[in-house]
Design a binder for this molecule. Structure first.
Ligand SMILES: Cc1ncc(COP(=O)(O)O)c(C=O)c1O
Length: 389
C-alpha cells in the first residue's frame, strides 16, 4: 500500500492510533473545507441565503447515493449526538414505555436516552450482552431477552465505541419490524468504514458521522429518517423552516435544514469526501486496513495476554480493535502513552472494564504498531499494566 502519511495533516511526532474518535482530514478535503469558508466570508449574505442552501441539496443527493437513501430523507447535522438528541427528545415516550438498547452503547448517547426516559417515566433498557460474543445468533438471543410488551423502539450502535465491534444490525432491523418496533441505529462509525445501503437495511432512523471514516471536517454528519416516521421527528431548533414562506416539497427538509446563522462549510465538504474516496479507491484501501487490523489486533491481544471480544472475522471487526487491559490507573496510563511515548490511543472504560482501542487508517503502518508494542512491553515490565496470565 502506498504511504498515505503525507496525505494527512497529522503531527509526525505523534503515533496516531486514534482515528476513530474524531477522524482526520486528508489535505485535499481540508482545502475544500477552507475554500467553502472563504466563499462564505467573501459574500456572506448571498452565500448563506442562496448558494449554501442550493449546494446543500447537491450534498444530500451525493450522500444519498453513497448511503443508498432518498436525498429527501436525509438532513445534515453536526454530529450523531445531535441526531440522537433530536430523536430522543421528539420520540413520543409515555410512562412505562421501554427503549431497548444494550450495555455496549456510547456513553454520551446513553445519557440522552436516560434523560428523556426519566423525564417521561419511561425505561431505557441496557440489555446485558456477554463478552466475548460467540456468534451473531448468540448475540441476537441475548439482545431480544430485553424485549417486553412495553418496548417501543430499539436503539443500538452499528459499530460499538468502547469495544469496536460490528453488531448484527440487519438481523435486528428485520426482527424489530416483525415486532412492530421503530429502529434507531447509531452508525457513527459506519460511513466510509462499512458499506451502507439504507434502502436495503430498512432501519427507520439512522445517523452516521461524515467526520470519522469519511474523513470530513468536524461537524459533518447526517440524520436519516424514513417517510413513515418523519411526522413526529421535530427539529431540536425551530426556525424559518416551520411554516416556511418558501416551502420545498419536503416538510421534513424545510423543518430541519434551517437553524439560523451557521457555517455550512463542513456540510458542503461532504461531496468532496465522497469524490475523494472514489478517486482513491478507498474501499480497497479500507479492506487492506481491515486485514491489518485483525492481524495487529491478534498480536496486541497476545502481548497483553488478554482475550478477544468476538470471533476474529470481518463480521465483527473493521478498522477498530479493542483489547481488554488490566490497569489500576487507566487515565494515568493513557496520559503516559501520550506524554512519554507520544502515542495517541484511547483507553475506554465500560461496564467496569478498561479497553485499549486502536484504529487502523490508511496512514498507519506496522511501524506505528511497533511503537505501541515497545511501549506496552516497557509498561508491563514497569508494572503499569498488569498482564493477565
Ligand atoms: C458509537 C458512537 N456513537 C455516537 C458517537 C458520538 O459522536 P459525536 O461526538 O460526533 O456526536 C460516537 C463518538 O465517537 C460513537 O463512537
Amino acid at each position: 500500500m502506498r504511504n498515505y502519511k503525507d496525505l494527512f495533516l497529522l503531527d509526525s511526532e505523534i503515533t496516531y492510533l486514534n482515528f476513530g474518535s474524531f477522524g482526520a482530514c486528508p489535505k485535499p478535503i481540508f482545502e475544500t473545507y477552507q475554500d467553502w469558508q472563504l466563499k462564505l466570508e467573501r459574500s456572506p449574505v448571498h452565500f448563506i441565503v442562496d448558494e449554501a442552501i442550493k449546494e446543500l441539496e447537491n450534498v444530500r443527493k451525493k450522500l444519498g447515493e453513497y448511503i443508498g437513501a432518498n436525498f429527501q430523507d436525509i438532513v445534515m447535522v453536526t454530529n450523531p449526538s445531535y441526531a440522537i438528541n433530536t430523536i430522543a427528545k421528539a420520540f413520543p415516550l409515555k410512562q412505562g414505555d421501554e427503549i431497548l438498547s444494550t450495555n455496549l452503547e456510547y456513553g454520551a448517547c446513553d445519557r440522552v436516552w436516560e434523560y428523556y426516559c426519566e423525564k417521561a417515566g419511561a425505561i431505557y433498557i441496557k440489555q446485558e450482552i456477554s463478552l466475548p460474543l460467540e456468534s451473531k445468533e448468540s448475540f441476537l438471543i441475548e439482545f431480544w431477552k430485553g424485549f417486553s410488551k412495553n418496548t417501543k423502539a430499539v436503539y443500538i450502535s452499528h459499530i460499538t465505541s468502547a469495544t469496536g465491534l460490528i453488531l448484527p444490525i440487519e438481523e435486528i432491523c428485520i426482527e424489530a419490524k416483525k415486532r412492530g418496533l421503530i429502529t434507531i441505529i447509531d452508525g457513527a462509525h459506519v460511513p466510509g468504514h462499512l458499506q451502507l445501503n439504507l434502502s436495503q437495511l430498512e432501519a427507520d432512523i439512522y445517523t452516521g458521522a461524515c467526520h470519522k471514516w469519511m474523513m470530513g471536517p468536524k461537524g459533518s454528519s447526517f440524520l436519516y429518517v424514513n417517510k413513515e416516521n418523519q411526522d413526529w421527528v421535530d427539529p431540536l431548533l425551530i426556525s424559518w423552516g416551520y411554516k416556511s414562506e418558501f416551502p420545498s416539497d419536503s416538510n421534513f427538509i424545510d423543518f430541519h435544514q434551517t437553524s439560523g446563522t451557521r457555517d455550512y462549510a463542513a456540510f458542503l465538504t461532504v461531496s468532496k469526501c465522497i469524490h475523494f474516496m472514489a478517486e482513491n479507491n478507498w474501499e480497497s484501501v479500507s479492506n487492506i486496513c481491515k486485514k491489518e487490523t485483525l492481524s495487529q489486533g491478534i498480536h496486541l491481544t497476545e502481548l497483553l495476554k488478554s482475550s478477544f471480544l468476538a470471533p476474529l472475522t470481518s463480521e465483527f471487526y473493521g478498522q477498530l480493535f479493542s483489547v481488554p487491559i488490566k490497569t489500576s490507573e487507566p487515565t494515568k496510563l493513557k496520559e503516559l502513552l501520550f506524554e512519554k511515548y507520544k502515542i495517541e490511543i484511547p483507553i475506554i472504560l465500560q461496564n467496569g472494564n478498561s479497553y485499549l482501542r486502536f484504529s487502523y487508517q490508511a496512514f498507519n503502518n506496522s511501524d506505528d504498531m511497533a511503537v505501541l508494542y515497545k511501549a506496552i512491553e516497557e509498561l508491563i515490565k514497569n508494572g503499569n499494566i498488569i498482564a493477565a496470565k
